[in-house]
Write a protein that binds this ligand. Structure first.
Ligand code: 5RP
Length: 219
């Protein structure tokens, strides 16, 4: 199976986690896009969706799925999204698509986070994938210096502005042995909007696409 076929398989499997007659939280990225396509097939069973990016919102609307603002929603039973890396404990690096802040917000509201990923995303230790950090533009240099003190090598994502009007620093050379601690430490740096470590609020379920089929991991 190709990587795209694995992504499609987990996207299909995630539909089982979407309760009928509810609003579903929808992530961002190529795997999430396959999930959106699957949602299109059951749209008559949905009350709508909350999107973690403008891109996903557009894709949902094109399929005729109503997109609601998070502030107008009190209940979000499930949030489905991909990851750049995920451990067996279901801590993740996210934000390869630059949507990490909104992803974190929607994930915080959701009762259940279902991560959908192909097998290449499963790792023992987070950090090989550069950790994205969303930063207020005027704080970029200061935040970069603070990250160097923590042992990382930040690189500005060139020509990219987030949906919130900010920039992304991709932090290389991290071997993240203590994701909870690093997530908190990064949040303490003034000018950081959010970082791509999802350890405090990790996934509840991982649907992992492999040659053996879709495996389900929970924590
Ligand atoms: C976007 C994300 C994505 O979930 C992550 O980058 C994985 O993307 P893909 O499914 O395309 O591999 O965090 O900000």
């Amino acid at each position: 199976m190709t990587q795209d076929e694995l992504k499609q398989a987990v996207a299909r499997a995630a539909i089982e986690y979407v309760p009928v007659g509810t609003v579903v939280g929808v992530g961002t990225g190529s795997t999430a896009n396959y999930f959106i396509d699957e949602l299109g097939k059951i749209k008559h069973k949905l009350d709508g969706a909350v999107a973690s990016s403008e891109g996903s919102a557009q894709r949902l609307k094109k399929l005729g799925i109503e997109v609601l603002q998070l502030n107008d929603v009190t209940e979000l039973p499930v949030y489905v999204d991909g990851a750049d890396e995920i451990t067996h404990h279901l801590a993740m690096i996210k934000g390869g698509g630059g949507a990490l802040t909104r992803e974190k917000i929607v994930a915080a509201v959701a009762r259940k986070f279902v991560c959908i990923a192909d097998q290449s995303k499963l790792v023992d230790v987070l950090g090989k994938f550069p950790l994205p950090i969303e930063v207020i533009p005027m704080a970029r240099s200061y935040v970069a210096r603070e990250i160097v003190k923590l042992g990382g090598q930040p690189a500005l994502r060139q020509g990219f502005t987030t949906d919130n009007g900010n920039v992304i620093l991709d932090v290389h050379n991290l071997t993240i042995m203590k994701p909870l601690e690093l997530e908190s430490a990064l949040n303490q740096i003034t000018g950081v909007v959010a970082n791509g470590l999802f350890a405090r609020r990790g996934a509840d379920v991982l649907l992992l696409g492999s040659e053996k089929g879709v495996q389900t991991l929970t924590r």
